[in-house]
Design a protein around this ligand. Structure first.
Ligand code: BES
Ligand code: ZN
Length: 616
């Protein structure tokens, strides 16, 4: 067996899946999906086809043409990272039908009870598949090396509606005959066409990596904010929907800007789904429909930055995709660059530079975090035996950004813009690795390897000396104010009069990791940072407060950890409590996690667990 991806059981000598047809029956009572997956391969195959699953139970595997059972076996013990390998024995088929059920603990799915939703009266379920969780929803070759088209027939309660990162085809009544494959498994025969059920059909006609498969089901409402953009929230969350529609009013301008910079927008729709507060990321670039945390809606249009980022993935990440997670920087580094180009046009160069500064700070912090694990400071890194969720960091984003910017600085913007457009046009709908990019770069910018040490940038550790610490008046001013705090001076009201969340974030992140408790409290008394509605500011401050042993803030920390499940906030707060704290802090971390655990997405549960087990 020759793997093509350290995170998948897919064998490089096997044909890859090109199309998946799913029938899914969502059972909200048991948090289980009863499904069938018809996988079509690029060519007929004889032998043992290797697939990825995670906590999935298989009922039967059939030849879709004859409906004859096909032999298969399931590995006895799951691999802690890759999950359970399933091997299907084919004799010349080019497709295979698998009837299966998911588990209530499926790592991609969060099932919310009515009480965990805004409505309090309807349940909700949503997916998060990146990096390697699609395999917990359906058996597949779960590697971005395999690009799939798909269609889905989804059977849900008729009081709910479904959205997907795919074209909505229609909503209709279920038909009993279409359940016959599922009934070969554990779905009772009358359930599919029960009176209270409805079917939603979707089709994805552009080939995507499996990690971009996504859906959400709940009582949803929407508003149109542009010719190709709707904003969705729970329909009961009227104020949130209003605020989101305002916050994202400029989306169409950003799409047009993206098209000017990077080429046509290839996905037709660009809808936005604002999820419940437990959504584990800021944003996820699911094609046609980006998923967003509600914490980006702050009423100051800074949420537009996250939208700019996820939009930028429409070109870098979704059109050109990293072939596996070892080349994740190709997705996130390019996207961070593209995001800042869009921000520069729609919000101005000052804001773009401020974001660059926050990124620079984040990058230098990561170098400290990974000082005993230098592999994680490389753009292209070895992830054999490594769980992508455990090594998620700013390195692929910010070092990747720095590398792309380094090339831009070398050849100038005009030449670079032309190069970028050509790069995207050449590799669109392809999954590539770092070397493919470097070969293309050298072929199109002759002599570049003499100007930039490409190998040092992509395979070396740390931050290369020719990286660029941003400069702007406001950036320099904030850094020097942060230095003065160490000498006991607080910024004056005048100095912060124009500050928004991002300025405060940059300021707080440049303060020493821990400070004199009285000074920290004085800062908060004056500027009310712990109560900020902006979670970036609130969490940066609380992190400082924990590390400075200001225990009066423990109540606020607990509230924050119970209100949102975004890992960008859970990680630093739980780390600060567990790593820098004394017994009281460690105790708080354990207690809050025990109480909040069930409200977190399974991916976030796993990440917090590994932080706590490292330090406690
Ligand atoms: N694709 C990522 C989110 C992700 C990364 C999910 C790895 C799973 C595994 C997304 O595009 C992203 O980077 N989101 C950022 C927001 C952004 C503005 C940098 C986030 O969630 O914080
Ligand atoms: Zn991203």
């Amino acid at each position: 067996m020759a793997p093509i991806d350290p995170h998948s059981f897919t064998d490089s000598s096997h044909p890859l899946t090109t199309h998946v047809s799913l029938s899914l029956y969502l059972d909200f009572n048991s948090s289980i999906i009863h499904g069938s997956a018809l996988l079509t391969l690029s060519s007929a195959f004889s032998g043992e086809l290797s697939l990825d699953t995670r906590s999935i139970s298989i009922d039967t595997v059939l030849d879709p043409l004859t409906l004859a059972p096909l032999p298969y076996r399931v590995s006895a013990t799951p691999d802690p990272i890759r999950g359970t390998q399933v091997v299907v024995v084919l004799s010349g088929q080019s497709s295979v039908l698998i009837v299966y059920s998911t588990s209530p603990s499926a790592s991609a799915l969060q099932w919310l009870s009515p009480l965990q939703t805004f409505s309090k009266s309807h349940p909700y379920v949503y997916t998060q598949c990146q990096a390697i969780h699609a395999r917990s929803i359906f058996p597949c070759q779960d590697t971005p090396a395999a690009r799939i088209r798909y269609d889905v027939v989804m059977n849900i309660p008729n009081s709910l509606s479904a959205v997907m990162s795919a074209r909505h085809v229609r909503r209709r009544l279920p038909v009993p005959e279409e359940a016959k494959h599922l009934e070969a498994g554990s779905l009772g025969s009358s359930l599919w066409s029960g009176e209270d059920r409805v079917v939603e059909e979707f089709a994805m006609e552009q080939p995507i990596p499996p990690y971009l498969f996504a859906f959400a089901v709940g009582e949803l409402g929407f508003r149109e904010v542009g010719p190709r953009t709707r904003v969705y929230t729970e329909s009961a969350a009227v104020e949130l929907l209003d605020a989101a529609a305002l916050e994202f009013a400029g989306t169409e301008d950003m799409i047009k800007q993206g098209e000017m910079l990077f080429g046509d927008y290839e996905w037709e729709r660009f809808d936005l789904l604002v999820l419940p507060p437990s959504f584990p990321y800021g944003g996820m670039e699911n094609p046609r429909m980006v998923f967003l945390t509600p914490t980006v809606i702050k009423g100051d249009s800074s949420g537009a930055q996250v939208v700019a980022h996820e939009l930028a993935h429409s070109w870098t990440g979704n059109l050109i995709t990293n072939i596996n997670n070892e080349h994740f920087w190709l997705n996130e580094g390019f996207t961070t660059y593209a995001e800042r180009r869009i921000v520069e046009v729609v919000q101005g160069a000052d804001i773009a530079t401020l974001n660059m500064g926050i990124g620079w700070r984040g990058l230098t912090d990561e170098m400290e975090r990974f000082k005993d694990n230098l592999e994680c400071t490389k753009l292209w890194n070895n992830q054999e035996g490594v769980d992508p969720d455990d090594v998620y960091s700013q390195v692929p984003y910010e070092k990747g950004f720095q590398f792309v910017l380094r090339i831009e600085r070398q050849i100038g913007r005009t030449a670079f813009d032309e190069f970028l457009k050509k790069y995207i046009a050449t590799f669109k709908f392809k999954s590539i690795d770092t070397n493919t990019f470097l070969e293309f770069l050298k072929a199109n910018i002759p002599g570049i390897e003499k100007e930039i040490n490409l190998q040092l940038w992509t395979e070396g550790v740390g931050i290369p000396e020719d990286a660029y610490e941003p400069v702007s008046t406001i950036y320099t001013k904030i850094i020097s104010l942060a230095k003065e705090f160490k000498e006991g001076r607080m910024p004056s009201e005048d100095e912060v009069a124009e500050w928004n969340g991002q300025e405060w974030e940059l300021y707080l992140e440049n303060l020493p990791k821990s400070c004199e408790p009285s000074q920290v409290m004085a800062l908060d008394k004056r500027y009310r940072l712990a109560e900020s509605k902006d979670y970036e500011v609130k969490v940066s401050f609380l992190q400082l407060a924990i590390a400075s042993k200001c225990r009066e803030y423990h109540g606020e920390v607990e509230k924050a950890l119970k209100a949102v499940g975004r890992m960008k906030y859970l990680r630093p707060l739980f780390t600060a409590l567990a790593q820098t704290g004394g017994t009281e802090e460690k105790q708080l971390a354990k207690q809050v996690f025990a109480e909040a655990r069930e409200t977190y997405h399974p991916i976030a549960q796993g990440v917090v667990e590994s932080i706590l087990s490292k330090y406690i």
